[in-house]
Design a protein around this ligand. Sequence first.
Ligand code: NOJ
Length: 549
Amino acid sequence: MERNRWYKDMVFYQIWPRSFKDGNGDGMGDLWGVLEKLDYIQSLGCDGIWFSPIYPSPGADCGYDIADYMDIAPEFGGMEAFGQVLEGCHRRGMKLLMDLVVNHTSDEHEWFQKSRRRIEPYTDYYIWRPARPDGKLPNNWDSNFEGKAWTYDEVRGEYYLHLFAVKQPDLNMDNPLVREEVKKILRFWLDMGVDGFREDVITYISKKEGLPNDHLFPIYKGMPHYNHGPHIHEYLAEFKRDVFDHYDCFTLAEAPLVWPKQALKYIDETQGQIDMMIQFQSQCADCLFTDYLPMPFSLRRMKHAFSQWQYKLAGRAWNMLYLENHDHPRIISRYGSERYWKESGKTLAVSYLFQQGTPFLYQGQEIGMLNWQPENAEMYEDVQTRYNYAHSNLKKTEKVRLRKMWRSSRDSARTPVQWDDSANAGFTTGTPWFYVNENYREINVAAQESDPDSILHFYRKAIALRKTLKSVRYGTYRDHFPLHSKLYVYSRETEGEHLLVVCSFADKPVKMKIPRSFDLASAELLLGNYENNSSILRPYECRVYRVQQ
Ligand code: NOJ
């Protein structure tokens, strides 16, 4: 029977819980805060929420180090508040996605505590290797966050592998018992009624046998031996067959370093094991693979990334569309212009919302939140930022080093959501767990609610519009001037409806360019960010036109 792929008609909102909204005054965002804001999320036109992890966790990686998969952290409100949020979502016709983080656990998870003591059946739940007689590490792999990927554990007298922080030991997915644990976790939440999972770095879960040294990659050494590893499709197919196929749910896989052709092995609608993929290519228009290797923004690179995924997935798989999440600095500060904050915020919205796929918004994106710029590096919280700061650009001045962090750090996008211009941006009545961006008096939800021309209202309009256009769901996509360095002009075409999206990424006026086949005279302007249109596009101007045939 053909599955009802309801996620194709939806728009999701990502909540990074610590910084969303504090409901109990302890300074930390929580589920009571989410309950207060469900109507707001729905008012954006969002039909679902993806929660970054809300499980009990020591917080070494802000919740991506899980100590108990079948509970909700008390500081977020525990199971009771979660039940209310789930019910609140479903009552509004909204879906709820959990974050499944099973490449690794916290080192404080009971499994790791037992594994390091060789208590059965946990002995082989993680990837342990003995120390080598020559004193070298088991192999030359790097962790993604904190130096080498191996840490010696005194209790067990062996090294364990951690592809992320020291406190995030990797699970041994080759052990069938570990895969059974994953299935138990999935069923637990699905039986409770959650609607699907975002699967954290899921393409890392199968490591090459023998864990060989890597002689290929200059950075992230080891990646070719664990990303898209030998059993990845087998394990994902097993989760699908044993669990997902028995529920009306969907899966979204995070995949660092993946191209469309490879992605199709996972998400092809007839043969794939999962439904959608978070790719990083479109995050690399101003950097080389990681935000820590910045380059000047290139519109061509951005268009190329978007278009590749639009063309290659068409008719075979479904795109996940996003500009921001908790792992990257804010998009206006990167691809747009802080000077043309409002204009570029709207243009960025239009640049992705009319593509084919399911859009995701990250909290604060809808009001155009900008990068946080701390005064000194001690203010950073994020484990990856701290490590990078301590180990890179050591010969540069403090000022330069700090600026580089503003541009690269995940913390740039992790400050509390700016709800209004009261103390702490209305995020908490207590002392916020993290710094509030000082621009909250100008950029906040309340101010934008009362301004019909705000970025917030523009997102509402754009989302509402996308839902009325059949070409957005079904139409073919075409990028008309891929080499143009200032304009992004794409069309979506289906029988009877031809949509043209024009976005300027220039801070100066640019002559409008449209494809010959498109008749502007009979076109209707559905959306734009300036009044009085002419053939000259003003800085960061965007327009959405429709021709009905
Ligand atoms: C990807 C998550 O999005 C990120 O926040 C996390 O630090 C790593 N995976 C490790 O879980």
